[in-house]
Design a protein around this ligand. Structure first.
Ligand code: 5AD
Ligand code: SF4
Length: 472
């Protein structure tokens, strides 16, 4: 491996011995893998790397875990519900494995980075063969070989979860899920320690990819026909910390926009504490940057924000929204909100409702607080009953439904640029795509438009999409 600061080149020679072993074990038959990622886009992006490694090792793919020789679940630890779902799905694999004892079951991702979970799998799920954490993805070829070879000698399981190295591996093969949209991580980990959040504990400290590596990947994607590229990071606004060459997020975006071609750049997630006027000005100046900011507010109450360790208040948040609306009249916002943070009072919750009405988000990702082991908030007193929190949650959804409907209504009669992706739900003869705000737009057209940008005048709002006709 060669090192450049916090990044290393993945050694693709490791795949050769894995490929040979797989060939020896399966002969002429192509073994099938089923890879499923739970949770955020960062996990989806990791899943694409896992699939990329497996493809290079000679695996084909199946959507049916029951038919697979290898099942890998890439897990999410963000809320308890995600964990419960995973354990349910792993439980279901027990029967599949009874039918096919040679099946390999692998678990990876954020949950496996929690020692208590890895221990639970070790003790209570003996049919899980392979466990690896978020920092061991690049070891998959060796780990799988060790497992498959070990089986012949009676060794049954491989666990690789201990290390928390903050090293970025460049050049891991990627098998992308789409041909128009691509995810590009620009950084990994998180340094923010919001009091409710498990991510810094399972993903480790923040590290940024070298700008040259990001630029090279995007150039390649554009060359391959990708048109809608989303840059990923837990807090993209703090991109560049620790790089030898000074390059903040706005600088990186400027450089990406110099790449020739007709494509869109999106990014998430923006932490309000680190967003700068420079970044907003950069979005305003570049057509390739979508006029949409996912800016999680979490709460509209200053006291709750302090308890959450978010480092901004409502006034600061609204001043960002105002500045962006001045500079980018077409800008839209989406957000994440947590209802029922420990100790939150109903009056404080109502301040969040108020904020939603002020900002007028296009849409929201809303969550009821879920205590995560090892976080500060998990130890806080939480007297409000779950039923009450659900009631608040319903109230919030209703307010957002009204705000969203109004926002969509304002688009009737306007023209929007849409990247055509495939058939629309409106009916035969309709195609569909998304606009720069990530809204689904259906329009009359045919499949020759797939992969092209079209201009659509919006005629009406349906529950599944904006519906219109082409005017280009
Ligand atoms: N409980 C509920 N929601 C959470 N999120 C993160 N941690 C928790 C938790 N413990 C939400 C936040 C974050 C989004 C990705 O998930 O809103 O922005
Ligand atoms: Fe979690 Fe906060 Fe980091 Fe987002 S910024 S991943 S909410 S700790």
């Amino acid at each position: 491996m060669t090192g450049t600061g916090g990044s290393q080149q993945f050694d693709s020679r490791l795949l050769d011995s894995a490929r040979q072993l797989i060939q020896r074990l399966f002969g002429d038959r192509i073994p099938l893998a089923h890879v499923h990622s739970y949770g955020c886009q960062g996990n989806v992006s990791d899943g694409e790397k896992i699939s990329g490694l497996l493809a290079q090792m000679g695996y084909g793919f199946t959507a049916d875990p029951g038919r697979a020789d290898l099942v890998i679940y890439n897990t999410c630890a963000i809320r308890e519900h995600a964990e419960e779902k995973l354990f349910g799905n792993v439980g279901a694999l027990k029967h599949a494995k009874r039918r096919n004892p040679d099946m390999v079951i692998g678990l990876c991702g954020c949950m496996m980075q929690q020692p208590a979970v890895a221990e639970k799998i070790k003790k209570s799920y003996p049919y899980v063969d392979l466990v690896f954490g978020t920092h061991a993805l690049q070891n998959l070829p060796q780990n799988l070989c060790e497992l498959l070879q070990g089986r012949q000698q009676g060794k049954k399981r491989v666990f690789d979860t201990d290390e928390q190295k903050n090293i970025i591996y460049e050049g891991i093969p990627t098998r992308r899920e789409g041909s128009l949209k691509a995810w590009v991580p620009i950084m990994y980990g998180c340094d923010n320690f919001c009091s409710y959040c498990v991510v810094p504990l399972v993903r480790g400290r923040e590290v940024s990819r070298q700008p040259a590596d990001v630029l090279r990947e995007i150039e390649q994607l554009v060359g391959q026909g990708y048109r809608d590229i989303t840059l990923l990071g837990q807090n993209v606004n703090s991109y560049g910390k620790g790089l030898a060459e000074p390059c903040d997020f706005a600088d990186l975006l400027q450089r990406i926009c110099q790449i020739p071609g007709d494509f869109w750049i999106r990014f998430m997630t923006s932490h309000p504490k680190d967003i700068t006027h420079k970044l907003i000005d950069t979005i305003a100046q570049n057509d390739k940057l979508c006029n949409h900011i996912h800016l999680p507010v979490q709460s509209g109450c200053d006291r709750v924000l302090r308890e959450m360790n978010r480092h901004y208040d409502v006034e600061k948040y609204l001043s960002i929204v105002d500045y962006a609306r001045q500079k980018i009249p077409a800008v839209s916002f989406t957000s994440d909100i947590i209802v029922g943070f420990p100790g939150e009072q109903y009056e404080e919750f109502l301040q969040t409702v108020d904020l939603i009405k002020k900002v007028r988000y296009d849409s929201l990702f809303t969550f009821i607080f879920s205590p995560r082991p090892g976080t500060r908030a998990a130890k806080m007193e939480d007297p409000v009953p779950a039923k009450e929190k659900s009631r608040w949650f319903g109230q919030l959804l209703e307010v957002q439904r009204q705000v969203g409907r109004q926002r969509y209504g304002e688009l009737v009669g306007q023209t929007v640029r849409v990247l055509c992706e495939g058939p629309g739900k409106t009916g035969p003869g309709y195609m569909s795509g998304r606009d720069e705000h990530n809204m689904v737009v259906d329009f009359i057209g045919d499949s020759t438009l797939c992969g092209h940008f079209v201009t659509v005048e919006v005629d009406r709002v349906a529950s599944w999409a904006l519906v219109g006709h082409r005017v280009d």
